[in-house]
Ligand binder design. Structure first.
Ligand SMILES: [Zn+2]
Length: 152
């Protein structure tokens, strides 16, 4: 008899599932979403995926993501899929896309950048290449998206 390899993760009643997160990136997602409150959270790491090989997945009960949060997760893992669950049913499923630019949620790694010394909201243009890079509008420096500190 062949072995059943399906891993069952408990379903959530209401909330958000973020699927197809690049393997190893789910901890960054947790950090980003500040999941220290009362929400029940289930996560899986290094699961087999037909779509991306190995994946991470996270299920968050009673939490919907804002547009900014979804965009920031796309920066961490553009392969991710966002699934909204309502009364155990999938009501919405969207593939995330790397945004063209992102505002305010990134701290510029350049200590001399004006956004670090004055109250100016940062803005970065994203170049969706492999690997993706982001260019600061103010200091014009380019950084790997992976290295950026994203904060919501
Ligand atoms: Zn800068």
């Amino acid at each position: 008899m062949s072995q059943v390899k399906t891993i069952k993760v408990n379903a959530i009643k209401n909330g958000t599932v973020i699927d197809h997160i690049a393997a190893g990136k789910v901890l960054k997602v947790i950090d980003l979403l500040n999941l220290t409150g009362d929400n029940s959270v289930m996560l899986g790491m290094n699961l087999s995926s037909n779509k991306i090989g190995k994946k991470d997945i996270i299920k968050i009960e009673n939490r919907e993501l804002s547009k900014e949060e979804a965009n920031s997760i796309a920066l961490i893992s553009p392969s991710a899929t966002l699934i909204i669950i309502n009364d155990f049913e999938v009501v919405n499923k969207t593939s995330l896309e790397m945004p063209e630019y992102i505002e305010e949620h990134i701290i510029c790694p350049n200590p001399k950048c004006i956004t670090n010394s004055e109250e100016i909201p940062s803005k970065y243009y994203i170049n969706n290449a492999e690997p993706a890079t982001a260019r600061c509008l103010y200091c014009e420096k380019k950084y790997l998206v992976e290295d950026l500190k994203i904060k919501i």
